[in-house]
Design a protein around this ligand. Structure first.
Ligand SMILES: [Zn+2]
Length: 254
């Protein structure tokens, strides 16, 4: 093995060997979409690139080859904000199928998708089943933030978090502080679409809006002014360890 984890850096011969030996061929998935007025459009893709490489370098014996980050995501709900570039759901599914097919040609045993953007989740779930049925490649799926949720909530109990919130802002303050516009950091407004008080029936219309601005006119959630780079630094090793442990346990179920 060359010791390299990024396919981007490998020669053909290095890739041939790495694909054969790898437990997981890993695809980081991000987005190119607005993240309120204080964060770059690349927020999810920066996290995808940095955190997935860190995962592969701290994998406790699991061998990983990391594919180039899929920086375009399914971001139709952000399209009215300037700069957002999106793939339609059907395009996104096709891109994943073609990447998986290529991985299979080179002898990859398992595809691991590590996702950093909520809008990608539904098309990934559909593509996952198509890939398993049609290409015969095992697909694992990790939402990085799902493994961090309890810790992120503990930082500021009761403060909403999500898109462009204190959590995502802390990550970019850690990895690319030069891209955070601190003067534009402010509490994000939320419009209540449904005043729901313990509904007694299943909802007939999901509470999430088709367009993000209908619920969050500033383009983000919660209070980014609470963000600190130290929060990200504390989180990263713990979440990485959790993900690796989960992968090892789930591999035993194959
Ligand atoms: Zn984001």
């Amino acid at each position: 093995m060359s010791g390299k984890v990024l396919l981007w850096d490998m020669t053909r011969e290095e890739a041939e060997e790495a694909f054969k030996e790898a437990d997981f061929i890993v695809l980081p998935t991000g987005s190119m979409e607005q993240h309120s007025s204080h964060l770059p459009l690349s927020t999810d893709s920066i996290r995808a690139e940095e955190l997935t490489e860190y995962l592969a370098l701290h994998s406790d014996g699991l061998r990983m080859v990391v594919l180039p980050t899929l920086v375009y995501g399914q971001s139709l709900h952000h399209i009215h904000f300037p700069g957002t570039i999106t793939l339609r759901e059907e395009t996104y599914i096709q891109v994943l199928r073609d990447i998986a097919w290529s991985v299979k040609q080179h002898g990859g045993r398992r595809l691991l998708i590590v996702n950093y953007h909520g809008g990608n989740m539904a098309p990934i779930e559909l593509a996952r089943m198509m890939i398993e049925r049609e290409i015969g490649l095992k697909v694992y799926f990790v939402g990085w933030s799902s493994f961090a949720a309890d810790l992120v909530r503990e930082w500021f109990p009761g403060v909403p978090y999500g898109h462009a919130c204190y959590y995502e802002t802390s990550m970019i303050l850690h990895f690319r502080p030069d891209l955070v516009d601190r003067e534009k950091m402010r509490r994000q407004r939320q419009r209540q679409r449904h005043e729901l008080q313990a509904p007694t029936h299943p909802l007939t219309r999901p509470p999430s809006a088709a367009y993000f601005e209908d619920e969050y006119p500033d383009g983000g959630i919660g209070d980014p002014t609470l963000a600190r780079a130290e929060l990200a630094e504390r989180l990263i090793p713990i979440v990485t360890e959790r993900i690796i442990k989960a992968l090892k346990e789930d591999m035993k179920l194959e």
